[in-house]
Write a protein that binds this ligand. Structure first.
Ligand code: ADP
Ligand code: TRP
Length: 324
């Protein structure tokens, strides 16, 4: 049995890119009987950028509802809010005292955020240490992440090794990085990577009219209805291809090449596919968003179970460091 752990920042409502790139592959992984999955909502990390309390609560619920809607089985796994197991903050203090300042100041994601954001706070700087604690506090063995998180995982491994070496004991499990190379980058409505930060995302949980409006806004070139079109350079087609069956993809590609098939037709087909494909998940999502007590209940059960591991590991750490 492998203990798999990953976190999802609650920085907004999950979009199609998050669903296809993160939620679905992780739920698939959790269905393998010999895996034990710790999937949590990284709400403490979200404080580095989101300061509004109501926004934070709503984001936590919509991220949780999306995971539940896509069938994450919270009975056989561990589903929790990072902040409800505050032992992670204590561990962060301990480990930060072993973290060379110079290593953190070289982290790509910190440098990138420091260049872009107005609010360059110390939490952003310590972000990778809190992330290390997320992993080390639960003795995680495998951590699946996107490429952008690879350096944070390398920092975690180095830090765990450094502390183990210092105390000459296997205090921390060294986590294995599982990079999801094959997960495709879902394009946004403007052709760039779909992202909350570029405001180019498709929210599959929106009501019908709004979803249609968003799909109709996808940027295309200005070829006339009768012109043959190139599917490979068209955002509508690229998005369609991420959710359609091979036959549907082939049919739309043939329509593009033949001409007399406008972008309006393609957008309508994409909208209809998104609407029908995610019908069950949308209903489930709405159900959970209308029953937040149920979401709280499921999370609390997960938190009680996850806390047992956290308490044990932290106890081991305190003893090793001479705090008990
Ligand atoms: P965003 O860019 O919208 O802020 P996050 O950085 O919060 O998204 O990503 C959350 C998860 O969703 C990560 O695992 C990330 O790899 C995945 N993800 C985000 N955008 C995409 C995308 N366009 N295509 C595929 N996966 C994505
Ligand atoms: N930083 C990750 C992201 O933005 C989220 C995250 C927080 C995480 N703690 C983690 C991922 C621990 C894996 C393991 O996507």
């Amino acid at each position: 049995m492998k203990r798999i752990l990953t976190g999802i920042q609650s920085s907004g409502k999950p979009h199609l890119g998050n669903v296809l790139g993160a939620i679905l592959p992780a739920v698939e992984l959790s269905k393998k009987a010999d895996n034990e999955c710790f999937f949590f909502i990284a709400d403490l990390h979200s404080l580095t950028t989101i300061k509004d309390a109501e926004d934070r609560k709503n984001n936590v619920y919509s991220v949780a509802a999306a995971w539940l809607a896509f069938g994450f089985d919270t009975d056989s796994n561990f589903f929790y809010r990072q902040s409800r197991i505050p032992q992670v903050c204590e561990l962060t203090w301990y480990t930060s005292c072993f973290m060379p300042f110079s290593r953190l100041s070289l982290a790509h994601s910190f440098k990138d955020k420091a260049d872009r954001l107005e609010d360059v706070n110390a939490g952003l700087f310590l972000y990778p240490v809190l992330m290390s604690s997320d992993i080390l506090l639960y003795d995680a063995e495998v951590v699946p992440v996107g490429k952008d998180q690879k350096q944070h995982l390398e920092i975690t491994r180095e830090l765990a090794r450094r502390i183990n070496h210092h105390y000459k004991t296997e205090l921390f499990v060294i986590p294995e990085i599982k990079l999801d190379e094959k997960v495709m980058i879902i394009p946004g409505t403007d052709g760039q990577k779909m992202s909350k930060s570029y405001n180019n995302y498709i929210d599959i949980f929106k009501p019908k009219k709004q979803l249609k409006k968003d799909v109709m806004k996808i940027v295309t070139d200005t070829k006339a209805l009768e012109d043959p079109k190139d599917p490979d350079t068209c955002n509508v087609f690229q998005l369609y291809a991420t959710v359609a069956s091979p036959e549907q993809i082939e049919e739309m590609a043939a329509n593009y090449r033949a001409g007399n098939y406008g972008y309006g037709h393609a957008k309508t087909a994409l909208f209809e596919l998104l609407w029908t494909k995610f019908e069950k998940e949308r209903e489930q999502y709405d159900y959970y968003m209308n029953n937040l007590d149920e979401v709280d209940r499921l999370l609390s059960i997960g938190e009680d179970r996850a806390r047992e591991t956290a308490v044990k590991v932290l106890d081991r750490v305190r003893k090793t460091l001479g705090f008990s």
